[in-house]
Design a protein around this ligand. Sequence first.
Ligand SMILES: [Zn+2]
Length: 482
Amino acid sequence: MIDTVHQLRCTGCSQRVTQREARSNFRCADCGELFEVEYPAWSSTSVAVHAPALVHANGSHYELPNGLGAPSLPTQPRTWMPNASALRWLWKERRHSALPIDQSGVWRFRELLPILENPNDAVTLREGNTPLLGMPRCAQAAGMERLLAKHQGMNPTGSFKDTGMTAALSVARERGFEWVACASTGNTSAAMAAYAARAGLRCLVLIPEGKIAWGKLSQAMDYGALTCQLRTDFDGCVRVLAEVVEHYPIYLLNSVNPYRLEGQKTPALEMAEEMEWNVPDHVIVPGGNLANCSALGKGFQEMKHLGLTRTVPSISVVQAAGANPLYTSMQTSAGRELTPVHADTRASAIRIGSPASWRKAVRILEQTGGFCEQVSEAEIAIAKAEIGREGVGCEPASAVTLAGLKKLVKDGRVKPSENVVLLLTGHTLKDSEYTIEFHRGNLLSEGEARGYESKIAPLRSEMPVLDASADAVLRVLAAGVS
Ligand SMILES: [Zn+2]
């Protein structure tokens, strides 16, 4: 029934399929590209091939709240345009509701992601509704007049993955799967394990042995996942899992799953709502598997298409220099070809050499006028410490956004007066070992830190060991140790 409300469009050859026709690896049978979710009634790209849209198999109309625009007739599947003011009002009102799906920052916007037969069946941990925070010290460090950060690390499992997971895992449960699976650098496995536990599903996690942060691994184990450490890197885990899903009835929840992106587009809606339905000039995201950039782009583009906002921000991607396949692709072939790289960075969440969603990311960079930048290990560590000094904090991968912004401002690609939002993807506690090593002075090699010593020193927090006396503490205070 829900297949009449949404369909999957191949981003390579534009072929449309229903969710039940999609292959278990979510790649197009004809061209091998990834799909995106399309709504025949209102998507700007849509060509309805599974009409009648918005009509259940029993003939009743798919329910839309009163006053939100007339549902389209079966013969006119592309005519639903919402009453933008009514939608904005409804989404705000739901913040006061006691219903779990209204308290979710994803399902609160469910009119723009009608992917479930019954939204009340959504598996939710009240994700989303994350803060948009002013970052005055970071603004100064980057040469900006002002700067905002959307902290997706404030989600239930501490990363941006929760918004996508509530969407895709709800689809898995509705379709009757007993097992779900992902390959992960850590955050995806934590999110999937938590939502699978809530839904009563079994979950399989494939992680690269010894290469994910302990905080993330502990989450997957705490939530009861079957966690297999493979003797390979993240990209190797992805390859193995692609074979597993061919041989076992298990639902793939990596970001190739297009329903993940439907949840991950909602931070764009939240940003617009938090900015009184204006959008920033520029949003900067970390670049790992590269689905986040296309998800946000989709959210902003859909809002503009539906008349909820007037513009789409530039969306830029920043990668670690040690895991920079998109950056290299943009430099050498303007994004036409991508050669996988051996990924090596301490920012483990973006330690990905062969990103699945790179073509989608290139498209969003081109459509929005965004940039792709790379930053060094020292630049990441400094930016992370600066975000920490705001009382905000983030995991290392998130800090590439601030480090990249500094470069964009320095060479004039971003003007100091622009409204920029950094997308912080993970909580600082996701990788506390990194933070402690930085403050102890053990994180970076001499070579990596060379030339940055004067920036690093004032950002390091001291942790002296003292005798148990007030005098000893008072002496430290008098010396002004920070
Ligand atoms: Zn295709």
